[in-house]
Design a protein around this ligand. Structure first.
Ligand code: SF4
Length: 294
């Protein structure tokens, strides 16, 4: 619950505000870019919502904020209910963004995949009764894919509630004691028709991506879209091994996908050839940097 007494001075006057407990995770800026902006080490409201759509976005950001740093001086109950019911938020096909980001994963995005052979949770949101009900109504959760050790959040509680199988790579498995399915090695693993687990060591030794239907690539913290530079990005800090990171990214050129759905950073959909070109540009930036250092 945001605290008015901690309201940051960088907020513009008006109903919505961010307080000084913000951890600068970017979630609100992804969900409500018309209202939230980075200012110094925090997010702030730079413009109050000006129409019903922007107001709904601001309420969605308020709900998704992992640490409750977003407040509304006067909460419109109807809008809050509407925002709650908008999660999980449908993206395309059977893919949803869950909202309710967890502080335990530093506000990472998590996803739900509705599938006739059993649903998937991709990384974990915070444990929310609203999401539990929504997942139950869509048939529960069969698998919980954990992209890496940082984003397990409340996976155990969801696994217990839905009797789900937690999948994590052996190299990151200490983060998820009792995980039912431990992946090892560096080769892609077919897990179900249309689903491949893709080890992408680099950010952590056990980072993995999940490829679904040669269209959706859930990337954890391995790869994301940057809305300002309009480029694909990979971690430059908190990297376990640069060499592995580059090799893993190079390996993605062998895959076909049109969506990048990350934990941190923006998601993006591009036609396949454009996605591949964006990946080539990322690799070229790395090789140019290496040449300059040589
Ligand atoms: S979602 Fe919350 S913690 Fe994250 S940047 Fe926005 S206000 Fe800060």
């Amino acid at each position: 619950m945001a605290n008015l007494r901690k309201r940051l001075s960088t907020n513009v006057d008006g109903n919505f505000f961010v307080d000084s407990t913000c951890i600068n995770c970017d979630t609100c800026r992804q969900l409500a870019p018309a209202s939230f902006q980075e200012k110094g080490d925090y997010s702030s409201v730079y413009r109050q919502p000006e129409n019903a759509g922007e107001e709904l976005e601001a309420y969605r950001a308020l709900l998704a904020c992992p640490v409750g740093s977003i407040g509304a001086v006067k909460k419109e109950k109807g809008h809050l209910t509407q925002a709650t019911e908008s999660f999980p938020h449908h993206l395309e096909g059977g893919v949803y963004y869950n909202g309710f980001n967890s502080e335990k994963s530093f506000g990472a995005n998590s996803y739900f995949l509705h599938h006739p052979d059993g649903n998937w949770l991709i990384d974990s949101p915070r444990y929310s009764p609203h999401l539990v009900d929504a997942f139950a109504q869509m048939g529960g959760i069969r698998y919980i894919f954990l992209s890496h050790e940082d984003d397990v959040a409340e996976a155990s509680r969801y696994a217990k509630r839905f009797n789900a199988t937690r999948i994590i790579h052996q190299a990151d498995s200490e983060a998820m004691p009792g995980a039912e399915w431990i992946v090892s090695g560096s080769d892609p693993v077919p897990v179900a028709p249309g689903f491949y687990l893709i080890p992408v060591p680099g950010h952590t030794p056990g980072s993995m991506a999940l490829l679904y239907n040669n269209r959706y690539l859930f990337t954890g913290d391995h790869l994301w879209w940057d809305r300002e530079s309009r480029t694909l990005q990979a971690p430059s800090v908190y990297v376990w091994s640069d060499g592995s990171l580059h090799q893993s990214t190079q390996g993605l050129l062998d895959l076909r996908f049109e969506w990048v759905l990350p934990g941190h950073g923006d998601r993006i959909r591009l036609p396949g050839p454009e996605m591949k070109a964006a990946l080539h540009r990322l690799l070229k930036r790395w090789s140019d940097t290496a040449d300059r250092r040589a």
